[in-house]
Design a protein around this ligand. Structure first.
Ligand code: GTR
Length: 384
C-alpha cells in the first residue's frame, strides 16, 4: 500500500493497476480514410472532421437532424428581481414546427444584472427535473453561485424531449421526425437530448443578455455524453464541460475498464443506435474511439472531470482522451493536454483549450467540479 500523499500525486495508480489494462491500438485521429495524414487545419475541417462526425453518427449516436422548419421563442415567465435582485429569471417556451407538427419544451435561465452580455453555462440536466425558481442553490446546478461570479445559468431538463425509458423515449420530440424512427443507424435518446441542447443554443445565441461567443454546455454522466456530442456537432458551443461521462463519453472504449460497450448497450439500449450493438465485445473494430469525439470540438475548449471512486467511468480513460485529442488542437497552434503536466487529486490540470481534473469522492456533479469549469471558462474563454 502506498501512502495517501502518493495518491495525491498519482491518483490513477490508486484506482487501477495500469499493467492489467489490455493492450490496444487507438485509431489515429489524423489518419484520413483515403490514407492521407492530416497536417493542416483546413484539411482537418474539410475532410477528416467530416469523416469522423459521420462515423460517430453512423456507428454510435445517430445523426442529429438539422433545425425544424420554424422555431419560436416566447418568454412565458419573467422575474426581474430573482436571487435577491441580482438576476433576471426567465422561462422560455421553445416551439418547434416541422411538417405542420409542433413540439413544445422549456428552457429556464438566470441572467446577471449587467450592462454587458454575460457568458453562460447551459446545463444538460438528466437528473430529476429541476425548477430554477425553486432551487438555485443545489451543488448539481449552483445557479446563484454562477450568477454571483458573473455567469448566466441556463438549464434544460432533457427528459422533456425524450423520456429516459426504453418503452417511451420515442413518444416526445422524435415524433417530429417520424421517417427516422426505426432506421438502425438513426438517432436514439442521446442524440435527441443533444438536439434539445442545440435548440437551446439557438435561443442563447440570439438573446441580447447572452454573450454568444461564450456559451458553455455542461453535463454530468449521461449528460456529459450529451454535452460532448452536442459540442462536437455545434461549433457555436465555445466549451464543453464533460463531467464523469465514462463509457461512450470521454472514456477510451478500447481500454475496457469499467463500463464497456456491451454493458452500456445492455443497460441502456435506447441511448445509442442499433449499429452500436454490433460492437459489443468488439471495441477494436470500431472505426473511432472517444478521444476523437473530444478532438471534434477543437479548437474550442473541453474540460473533463472525473472522481476517484467513480471507477465505472474509468477516470484514466477519461483523462487519456484529452491527451490523444491533442494532436488536433496542435493543428490550430494549441498544445492541448500534455502528459508532462501533473495530474493531482483535487487539483486541475489546465493545458491549452483542454482541462482535466479528478477529485475525491463518488459519481456526482459538485461545487468543486463547477469551480474547475469556471476556472476553465475564465482561462480559455478569456473572461475576467
Ligand atoms: C450509469 C451509466 C453511465 C452513466 C450514469 C449516469 O449507471 O452506466 O453510463 O451515464 O449512469 O448518467 O448517471
Amino acid at each position: 500500500m502506498k501512502n495517501p500523499e502518493y495518491y495525491c500525486r498519482n491518483p490513477f495508480e490508486y484506482i487501477i493497476d495500469e499493467n492489467k489494462v489490455r493492450s490496444y491500438d487507438l485509431p489515429d485521429v489524423l489518419l484520413a480514410k483515403d490514407g492521407q495524414f492530416i497536417t493542416a487545419k483546413e484539411q482537418w475541417e474539410n475532410q477528416r472532421r467530416k469523416e469522423l462526425l459521420a462515423d460517430f453518427a453512423y456507428h454510435i449516436y445517430g445523426e442529429i437532424p438539422p433545425a425544424p422548419d420554424t422555431i419560436n421563442f416566447q418568454t412565458v415567465h419573467q422575474d426581474d428581481h430573482a436571487l435577491n435582485d441580482t438576476a433576471c429569471l426567465r422561462k422560455i417556451e421553445i416551439t418547434l414546427t416541422r411538417n405542420q407538427k409542433q413540439f413544445v419544451f422549456h428552457l429556464q435561465l438566470f441572467t446577471p444584472k449587467s450592462d454587458q452580455p454575460s457568458p453562460v453555462f447551459l446545463l444538460a440536466n438528466n437528473r430529476k427535473p429541476a425548477d430554477a425558481a425553486i432551487d438555485p442553490d443545489q451543488s448539481f446546478w449552483p445557479a446563484r453561485s454562477l450568477v454571483l461570479q458573473g455567469f448566466a445559468a441556463a438549464i434544460l431538463n432533457n427528459t422533456q424531449l425524450a423520456e429516459d425509458c426504453d418503452e417511451t423515449f420515442r413518444d416526445g420530440m422524435m415524433q417530429l421526425y417520424p421517417e427516422l424512427t426505426d432506421k438502425p443507424h438513426a438517432w436514439r435518446a442521446i442524440s435527441t437530448w443533444a438536439y434539445g441542447v442545440i435548440r437551446c443554443v439557438d435561443f442563447l445565441a440570439q438573446d441580447q443578455s447572452i454573450d454568444a461567443t461564450r456559451i458553455s454546455v455542461v453535463g454530468h454522466s449521461r449528460g456529459g455524453k450529451i454535452a460532448l456530442w452536442a459540442a462536437a456537432n455545434d461549433t457555436r458551443i465555445a466549451m464543453a464541460c464533460v463531467n464523469e461521462s465514462g463509457s461512450t463519453g470521454t472514456a477510451i472504449a478500447r481500454r475496457k475498464v469499467g463500463e464497456t460497450i456491451k454493458a452500456i448497450n445492455d443497460q441502456f439500449p435506447y441511448w445509442f443506435n442499433d449499429i452500436y450493438k454490433q460492437y459489443n465485445d468488439r471495441e477494436d473494430d470500431l472505426p473511432v474511439d472517444q478521444h476523437m469525439l473530444v478532438a471534434l470540438v477543437a479548437p474550442r475548449a473541453v474540460c473533463v472531470g472525473s472522481a476517484l471512486e467513480d471507477t465505472w467511468a474509468d477516470p484514466r480513460g477519461e483523462y487519456l482522451s484529452t491527451i490523444h485529442a491533442s494532436a488536433v488542437y496542435q493543428l490550430y497552434g494549441y498544445s492541448g493536454m500534455s502528459d508532462q503536466l501533473p495530474v493531482t487529486l483535487d487539483g486541475q490540470t489546465l493545458g491549452e483549450q483542454l482541462s482535466y481534473h479528478i477529485r475525491k469522492g463518488v459519481h456526482g456533479l459538485t461545487e468543486q467540479d463547477w469551480q474547475c469549469y469556471i476556472k476553465a471558462a475564465r482561462t480559455f474563454l478569456q473572461i475576467d
